[in-house]
Design a protein around this ligand. Sequence first.
Ligand code: GDP
Length: 442
Amino acid sequence: MFDHEVIAAVATATGGAIAVIRVSGSGAVECCDRIFKGRKPLSEALPNTVHYGYIMDGGRTVDDVLATVFRAPHSYTGEDSVEISIHGSAYIASEVMSLLLRNGARAARAGEFSARAFAAGKLDLSQAEAVADIIAAGSRAELAMASSQMRGGYSQTLRELRGRLLEITSLLELELDFSEEDVEFADRKKLGAMLSETEGIVSRLAESFRTGNAIRNGIRVAIVGAPNVGKSTLLNRLLEDDRAMVSEVAGTTRDTIEEEMTIDDIRFHFVDTAGLRSSDDRLERMGMERTRRAIESAQIVIRMVEPEVKEIGPLPESEGKREIIVVNKIDRSGERNIPDAIYISAREGVGIDKLCRALRSTVDTDGVYRGEAVVSNIRHYDALQRARESIVKAQDGLVGGISSELLSEELRMATDALGEITGEITSDEILQNIFSKFCIGK
Ligand code: GDP
């Protein structure tokens, strides 16, 4: 997968005043010299210096540019690299690219610069993924999460855990070599303590995925309630537009309607549903099926009732989800029968702030802003889950007195799973899969 051929790509989005073309590989500087004319050749330049000059196509000047020279191993990729800042025209960018390609470079594949940085040991896999997340970050919380991952605190924790597990595993494996003699190199009590500490850290990281995923992908909220309770009105109020249809006739919101809003940096996807009630109307039944699915896919269920309702029964579909009970139309009635409910008037806009605060409080972003490691990548979450399973099995085995052989096997699986996150254990296929999702020039 990895070579050191000279690769080139436009690394900036179109439309800006300046664009940057990135060139990297053995011979990158010499390749650029074939098309660059400055006071002196870039190959004579000191590392980390910037040079003014022209991009030339034979005798024709294409653009005046600034070229920054980096020398291996002190560059993003760990290779000789040049970054050429050109005027931000798509035409100039394509001219410079085709000149580079004619002079020894090839077009970089998606994520190839970061893949080389990983291969050179400049970044581990989770840090390389964080680079992509930083570029894609659309909120302060997303950026905080990705930056902390890129700085590597999380990788460091994982490497330490893995190192400790490996040490124990090798002691256990040593016991196997001396199996005739019935010796124990790995102190079982210490091993137990170490496993429970490791399990704690791995579990905390895995559990942080709930927050990480909410920050990254938003939270789905289903608004559920009888027809005419005011679901569409609330959605409209929240979104302050008329996307959802408000009607006097019961059961007219037949389809589900989805809208998105951001409350203090967290995206909420609202789904207005057709209401849960038995009906003979086929169309309405279809709507109800969608309602069930909407609830199933939501993390939060807003259950909406009118002030006269005295009691709210359980909703089987929302089991295990966060429920917020909202009593609507308080402009019409002062009845307050449901403790812990949020009382609003969707039509008059009363109590909406309180509802928004209740929604927002379901995601705790304080830790993220303090720089704590929060897992937002499903690949990492999956590996952490597997590591946790193996550690728990090892813990149970330790209590039940399983053989050193089985014990070390479980621990091996745990160390491998942790190693997959940082890329210490990996395959070309996994790497290709990860880096191909990056954009060109990254
Ligand atoms: P849905 O079927 O649950 O989506 O209900 P709608 O949003 O279509 O509202 C049904 C009716 O209740 C409409 O006539 C709304 O104007 C009315 N309504 C909604 N919210 C309020 C409210 O806060 N107070 C009062 N008095 N009427 C409301």
